[in-house]
Design a protein around this ligand. Structure first.
Ligand code: NAD
Length: 353
């Protein structure tokens, strides 16, 4: 199985090296026949070929069902017109990866603000308040006069329906509860449409409980009672913000894996950004990137029915858990002194055991 690896910017190459070593160790142990192929994107590709998301890499992604994307420093990119496309946007929109699946859970040995939590945020990924995603042509943010800026938020019945379905299907494999998060008290039309579709999908899943919470109350409830949530479904911007909050509650941004998925393909991509403040210093926590790759293996195995891949994915998570259980392996973001490379060495060892 070919896996395309796109390291991205800033801490991207450092955490990618750990994920690559972990996949090689997993391949050695389980005989998965992985072919890991690395390609340049982001600022390195911009310097070399004038584009942050080169067309030939997009083509290769099209031909490779399994891709791992590193974080990208979009804030530092030149304007899109100069060739600096946001790779996250290009991939999510280009392949219609409508579901961003972001789990957050407390893990043994990892210091966390939450006593205990195990939830998954299912975030709509292709519309909402994202200026570069909401239009067929042009941009959803515009400035009619120098002192007036407007932004368009796009909510569709189809987009809401399919993200709700992804959430209910996931909840069926977990604790059978979906919480829909919205701002329907103010955005009566757009979030009204979102909730209409969530409720319509809920009718097809009588075994799954549905409740709904207004986003500001959700921000508070998540801090007070994170253990009460199972699957949380919401629109693009709310999901982006709440998933960082959930990650922090579980121990930190560097911990939670994530995938962008459609019904046909998934691309691994951690929720955190490129962390330029710690880049090149052997400080980044690679857990979220490794766990994104783990989710990708699990997603692929669940579609193909490949038992060995299922076992390998479970083994990788168990290895991550055993490494995190020992504070000697903790990176600085979770209060330890280990470096990214040392974490990687401990992980490779745990995979072999
Ligand atoms: P960030 O997530 O990169 O960093 C926020 C804080 O969390 C920083 O202090 C950082 O050091 C820390 N952090 C993040 N990941 C970490 C890890 N794995 N290990 C240890 N600490 C970690 O967010 P930001 O600073 O707002 O953005 C930096 C850049 O990343 C910007 O250019 C932004 O546009 C981009 N960004 C990219 C993505 C993505 O690629 N999916 C997502 C968010 C932001």
């Amino acid at each position: 199985m070919k896996i395309l690896i796109l390291p991205g910017d800033a801490i991207g190459p450092e955490i990618t090296a750990v994920t690559k070593a972990a996949l090689e160790a997993l391949d050695f142990r389980f005989g998965l026949g992985l072919e890991l192929v690395e390609r340049e994107i982001g600022l390195a590709a911009f310097k070399n070929v004038g584009r942050t998301m080169p067309e030939d890499v997009m083509e290769e992604i099209r031909d490779t069902p399994t891709t791992i994307l590193g974080p990208v420093s979009t804030m530092d990119y030149p304007p899109e017109a100069q060739g600096a496309d946001n790779p996250s946007k290009a991939i999510r929109k280009g392949f219609d990866l409508f579901a961003n699946i972001r789990p957050s859970k407390t893990r043994k040995g990892v210091p966390s603000m939450a006593k205990s939590m195990d939830l998954v945020i299912v975030r709509e990924n292709t519309e909402g308040f994202y200026a570069d995603r909401s239009m067929f042509m042009g941009n959803g943010e515009f400035m009619p006069t120098p002192d007036l800026a407007l932004a368009v938020r796009k909510i569709t019945a189809e987009g809401s329906n399919r993200i709700a379905r992804a959430a209910f299907e996931l909840a069926r494999t977990r604790r059978k509860k979906v919480t829909a998060v919205h701002k329907g008290n103010v955005m009566r039309v757009s979030d009204g449409l979102f909730m209409r579709e969530v409720r319509a999908v809920a009718e097809e899943f009588p075994d799954v409980e549905l409740d709904d919470v207004i986003v500001d109350a959700m921000a508070a409830r998540l801090i007070r009672h994170p253990e009460t949530f199972d699957v949380v479904v919401t629109t693009n911007m709310f999901g982006d913000i709440l998933s960082d909050e959930a990650s922090e509650l579980s121990g930190g941004l560097g911990l939670g894996g994530a995938i962008n998925a459609s019904n046909e393909r998934a691309i691994a991509q951690a929720a955190h950004g490129s962390a330029p403040d710690i880049a090149g210093q052997n400080k980044a926590n690679p857990t979220a990137h490794v766990m994104s790759a783990q989710m990708l293996l699990q997603w692929t195995a669940s579609r193909s029915g490949d038992n060995e891949l299922t076992n390998a994915a479970a083994h990788l998570e168990a290895a991550v858990d055993s490494v995190l259980a020992d504070p000697a392996n903790h990176t600085g973001d979770i209060g330890g002194n280990a470096g990214t490379r040392e974490f990687g060495e401990a992980l490779v060892k745990a995979i072999g055991e």
